[in-house]
Write a protein that binds this ligand. Structure first.
Ligand code: ATP
Ligand code: MG
Length: 745
């Protein structure tokens, strides 16, 4: 039990608690997550609990991965345990029990960008003014409803049907109908539908209650009502639930997180053991004290104070820059300076309030040739070509997905204009079937122009073929096959422009994403892959092994730690943001976010602001953030707050790359590793671009073949379109001859 010796007495008490509810309520960096992983190890190693009976849940895939790694380190070796995010856990449960959900088992998950497309079309169809009802606003109401389990009908009952509410009701209903018809769920649905599944099906609920005898929830302060109900239902049978969290770090109230879930845990679960941890192991003394001096201004909080036996360390460095470029240059310069003292690049994080701030830092870091990674939301997956190919892949998985079909029907050009498409959609809706089914009807296709008819037939045939064979193909084979056979890649090649070249590179890079997943799990299915991509939260691209500075939002930094942290943009209006002033608890929530940011720092913390800032195309003078005012002045080093500095001071230390045009070429903003990746994959791709559609004209019975997914096998029989192969690994499979990824041995 050596591993428990490292824990302090309170942590240890929590780690060896076996039965009954437990609440670990403690401040940042006090070892809450560590305690939880030790408890998992303890239950398995000393109490003989089966990993099968443990369920640990958290918010981001990154946090879940880290938890899994830490547990595996402690118990030595990999275990197949449910250490997952809420979304992926619910997705697994729904997939397994799809027949009880009213969805087809191949249902897909719509990410926020997809949601926006759907909501926009609903708004348009109802002739609603999108200035008065912006898509983001309507979506936030819908999301709020789903988190509380409020259906469109309930919405009307609760809010009445005055003009505004009637419109919301109409759009919410239309939105739900589109998702249902497309066999798609959004993120909120994942939790909501699982709770419904449990509430309506006793047997299913009992199965999971029996399975999960020990439930653990990290970051419990950020659970919303639906997540709370999910956890509560599961824990009802065995009552072995352990939650950990910190009320000072609740930063998702705007998305429905309810701080009461943690504050009232003791009421919900009788005889709760409560553990408080008070020692912070993460940060130097000054950082901790500074973070406290800010959070103390929040009124609605449980009083608690952390201590540390670490040295006081450096004071908080504050720099008031001339403008945002100067701010970014200062940060890049400091990273260079500290890096030359042997602090690796991956020890630095720049944590900003909003994603739009990232670009200036990218420019400044590139100018100094400092490697960095931007964890910028779904940005990568938002690129047009990636969205297109993903739409094809989704259709292969779920042909009912009209949204995806609409996206790619004319990508590449098949002579289907907006009007034709609209007619086809109306037709599909009259026939009460999916667009795909309508287009599979030859009579209808004949009515199109001859070019369009030919294009549609080909497209439908390629998608049907892959759809029928999806379980017999590796994801990378499906990907290659679609790129080639739909003509998408060729079309880009023909364009032969700088832009199309860039798109091809991105598509090649995407292949390496698929390869990475396949390396982890050689049996990866298409639906598993689509799920992984759909669930990627911004934080998930963070690879701690990579030696690069990390840029991300404050929200996504929750639970993480870095030796050096920069918090730029400390200005009223940016942080706290303007919108915070409009909500009752707005400023307090922003202050908690500030506390989260500051407590990510282990050794050094920098805060900066810019006197002039250009944001969303407007340049304004700024006021320093009120959080800076609250900060204990004796802990700050640098520009005295609210005093103007002489501009000349700022020129010290700028060696190169300072000219305005020195880095205006967008090419060099590209992360370096990205280019590397592409080149490697291009080299690999050219020698063996894909093995689907290989020439099997001389194949005969008795031939030995090798299949990219199933390995070696023997040809049993074959006709013009299919080939039956007996595989050592999976038995006999009948494959579509045209696209089977097999080669003669
Ligand atoms: P957050 O509130 O930010 O999620 P946390 O309470 O979950 O923080 P951890 O991430 O578990 O804190 O721990 C913070 C750091 O302190 C980690 O680097 C961890 O390894 C270290 N740590 C935790 N407990 C101890 C201990 N007893 N002795 C030494 N180091 C510890
Ligand atoms: Mg933690």
């Amino acid at each position: 039990m050596d591993y428990l010796d490292k824990l302090n007495p309170q942590q240890k008490e929590a780690a060896i608690h076996k039965n009954g509810p437990m609440l670990i309520l403690a401040g940042a960096g006090s070892g809450k997550t560590s305690t939880m992983t030790h408890r998992i190890a303890y239950l398995i190693k000393e109490e003989g609990v089966s990993p099968y009976n443990i369920f640990a849940v958290t918010f981001t895939n990154k946090a879940a991965q880290e938890m899994r790694d830490r547990v595996e380190d402690l118990i030595g070796g990999g275990l197949n345990m449910w250490i997952l995010t809420f979304h992926s856990a619910c997705l697994r449960i729904l997939r397994k029990n799809a027949e009880y959900t009213g969805y087809n088992k191949d249902f897909i998950v719509y990410d926020p960008t997809d949601q926006k497309v759907v909501i926009k079309s609903c708004i348009k169809e109802h002739n609603v003014d999108d200035k008065k009802f912006p898509p983001a606003y309507v979506l936030s109401i819908i999301s709020d409803c789903k988190e509380k389990g409020i259906s469109p009908q309930d919405y009307s009952k609760i809010n009445g049907s005055d003009f505004k509410n009637k419109i919301i009701y109409d759009i919410y209903s239309a939105y739900s109908a589109v998702l249902k018809k497309n066999n798609a769920m959004d993120f909120d649905d994942l939790i909501l539908r699982t709770v419904e599944l449990f509430e309506k099906n006793d047997e299913i609920l009992t199965y999971y209650q029996q399975k999960f005898r020990y439930i653990m929830v990290d970051e419990y302060q950020d659970t919303n009502l639906m997540q709370y109900r999910f956890v509560k239902l599961l824990a009802k049978e065995h009552n072995n639930i352990c939650v950990v969290g910190d009320d000072d770090q609740c930063i998702y109230q705007w998305r429905g997180a309810d701080i009461r879930n943690i504050l009232e845990f003791e009421k919900d679960f009788k005889n709760t053991k409560v553990i408080k941890l008070e020692q912070n192991y993460r940060s130097h003394g000054n950082i901790l004290a500074a973070a406290h001096s800010v959070i103390e201004n929040n009124k609605g909080r449980k009083h608690k104070k952390l201590w540390t036996d670490k040295e006081k360390g450096e004071k908080i460095k504050y720099y008031r820059a001339d403008n945002e470029k100067d701010e970014a240059r200062y940060i890049a310069q400091e990273i260079d300076r500290l890096n030359s003292r042997e602090l690796p690049y991956c020890g630095f994080a720049v944590l900003y309030r909003t994603n739009v701030q990232s670009r200036t830092f990218e420019e400044a870091l590139s100018a100094r040739e400092i490697p960095y990674r931007v964890l910028g939301g779904t940005r990568y997956y938002d690129r047009k070509e990636i969205k297109d190919i993903m739409a094809y892949m989704r259709l292969v998985q779920n042909t009912a997905d009209d949204l995806s079909l609409t996206r790619i029907i004319n990508e590449p050009k098949r002579g289907i204009g907006e009007k034709t498409l609209e007619k086809l959609r109306v037709l599909a809706s009259v026939r009460n079937e999916s667009l795909f089914d309508t287009l599979s009807d030859d009579e209808i296709v004949e009515g199109l122009s001859s070019k369009a008819a030919e294009g549609v037939r080909e497209m439908i045939s390629v998608i049907s073929q892959f759809s029928g064979e999806k379980d017999n193909l590796r994801v990378s084979d499906i990907y290659d096959g679609l790129l080639v056979q739909t003509g998408y890649l060729k079309n880009l090649e023909l364009q032969n422009t700088v832009e199309s070249e860039g798109r091809i590179e991105n598509l090649l890079e995407f292949k390496s994403v698929i390869f990475d997943y396949e390396n982890e799990d050689p049996k990866l299915s298409l639906s598993e892959f689509m799920e992984k991509v759909a669930l990627l939260a911004e934080i998930d691209n963070h690879d701690a092994g990579e030696n690069a500075v990390v840029l991300m939002t404050l929200h996504s930094a929750k639970g993480l730690e870095f030796p050096v942290v920069f918090m730029p943009g400390m200005e009223d209006g940016l942080f706290p943001g303007w919108r915070a002033f409009e909500k009752p608890d707005g400023i307090e929530e922003e202050r908690r976010l500030c506390y989260v940011g500051m407590t990510r720092a282990m050794q050094r913390l920098y805060m900066t602001s810019a006197e002039l800032r250009t944001l969303y195309g407007k340049t304004d003078y700024t006021k320093e953030s009120q959080f800076l005012k609250e900060l204990d002045k004796s802990l700050i080093d640098g520009d005295a707050i609210y005093e103007k500095k002489h501009t000349s001071d700022r020129n010290l230390g700028w060696s190169q790359g300072g000219g305005n045009d020195g880095y205006s070429n967008p090419e060099i903003f590209r992360p370096f590793e990205q280019l590397k990746y592409i080149k490697q994959n291009r080299a690999a791709g050219s020698s063996n671009s894909n093995n689907t559609g290989s020439d099997l004209s001389d194949l005969k019975e008795g031939d030995k073949v090798i299949h990219s997914k199933f390995g070696e096998g023997l040809v049993l029989s074959l006709d013009r379109s299919t080939v039956s192969v007996a595989f050592d690994s999976v038995g006999v499979k009948k494959l579509a001859r045209d696209i089977a990824p097999i080669k003669k041995v």
